[in-house]
Ligand binder design. Structure first.
Ligand SMILES: *Cc1c(COP(=O)(O)O)cnc(C)c1O
Length: 373
């Protein structure tokens, strides 16, 4: 390969400012993986009905998928009691996050989210030349007053993941509605409910808000509880004007035929969803308890409403997060060390199968006992 001295094409400055998304580790080289708990996936895999439906459409792979995802939108509408015409499907909800940013913000505009919000919001804002603005949080949780205080006349989009990733924290329905009520009608409120199915108590998934307000889009995904992360299927719900804007800039055939068929079958398998939910809530509580039992070494589980637990370690000293992550990896446990997301004290551990979750807790305990006499 030769390197020329001719001037290279210049990256746009806003693209240059992006730190590419760092996905969770999936492998350990030649060492065996005991548990991959780095990406909040369904530990049971997809519903067998979804696998059957996807297998069936593989033989039609020479045909483009339905660009409108009509059958999937109808299934979602029936399942959630909403209007199919107001649903847009995306290549994961990741694509929909980018569509919201791209349709409503550009250079000179601001996109607002809370500190420790989902990492893609920053990328989505910068990608379109908008300025990312980060509101302070309170103990890893959205502070509605701080978000509202950060709104300016240039704010075009507010992203809120609720429950949030990577913190797992939730704000109650009344707080979500108070946040929305405080926003100007010209600002899009994108409520990212990727973990809606794991939330307990008084919860607002955004569908009702999106039904009645012109500036709300609710975002959902099949990647988490439905166990279809590899198929890349997300969906958004909003009033027609918002949906229309997003359609204009989406890729024409953005959800593969396998994904559409798999999602429809997964939606119908309510037992699979319920089994995952029950398991997750049980083992989430158990894992948090195991972490908090190591409180004497300074470990703390942040209360989670999602399918993972965020573990906070002491800032320094031998029981720190970097050392814990190395110890977990040595034991074949892949969790998500969040130094790359400016959280050097934190490791996020997805709830796995019982055996995986127990293995993670045991590795954490072994680590603590090895460094704290
Ligand atoms: C996982 C996740 C998504 C995106 O998932 P897709 O696989 O793109 O559908 C969106 N938001 C949050 C907060 C997530 O954690």
């Amino acid at each position: 390969m030769t390197t020329t001295t001719a001037p290279a094409p210049a990256m746009k400055p806003w693209v240059e400012s992006i730190h590419a998304y760092v996905p969770g580790k999936a492998a350990l080289g030649d060492r065996p993986v005991v548990a991959k708990l780095s990406s909040n996936e369904n530990p049971f895999g997809p519903s067998p009905h979804a696998v059957a439906a996807m297998t069936e459409v593989l033989g039609h792979s020479h045909l483009y998928p339905d660009p409108a995802a009509t059958a999937l939108r109808q299934a979602l509408a029936a399942r959630h009691g909403i209007d199919a015409d107001r649903i847009i499907c995306g290549t994961g909800s990741d694509e929909l996050i980018h569509l919201v940013a791209g349709a409503f913000a550009g250079p000179g505009d601001e996109i607002l989210y809370v500190r420790h919000g989902f990492a893609v919001y920053d990328i989505a804002a910068r990608r379109v030349g908008a300025t990312p603005v980060v509101a302070p949080d309170v103990d890893y949780t959205c502070d509605v007053d701080a978000v509202l205080a950060a709104v300016t006349p240039r704010t075009r989009v507010v992203f809120l993941a609720n429950p949030n990733n990577p913190t797992g924290t939730l704000i109650p329905a009344a707080e979500v509605r108070r946040l929305h009520a405080g926003l100007p009608p010209t600002c899009v409120f994108a409520l990212d409910a990727a973990y809606a199915e794991f939330a307990e108590g008084e919860y607002e998934d955004g569908l009702a808000l999106a039904d009645t307000h012109a500036n709300v889009v609710a975002l959902r995904t099949f990647s988490k509880i439905y166990g279809l992360a590899a198929q890349r299927i997300g969906w958004g719900y909003a009033q027609p004007a918002l949906i229309d804007a997003m359609h204009r800039i989406r890729a024409p055939f953005n959800v593969p035929a396998t994904g559409q068929a798999g999602a429809i079958a997964a939606l119908a398998d309510e037992d699979w969803v319920e089994k995952t939910r029950t398991h997750t809530l049980t083992w989430r509580r158990w894992l948090a308890g195991e972490v908090n039992a190591l409180g004497n070494a300074g470990l703390r589980a942040i209360p989670s409403a999602a399918n993972f637990v965020l573990v906070e370690f002491p800032e320094d000293g031998p029981a720190n997060a970097a050392a814990a992550n190395a110890a977990l990896l040595a034991d074949g446990i892949i969790a998500r060390y969040l130094a790359v997301q400016a959280m050097p004290r934190c490791i996020r551990i997805s709830v796995g199968t019982e055996a995986e979750t127990r293995a993670a807790a045991a590795a954490l305990r072994r680590f603590v006992e090895s460094v704290v006499p």
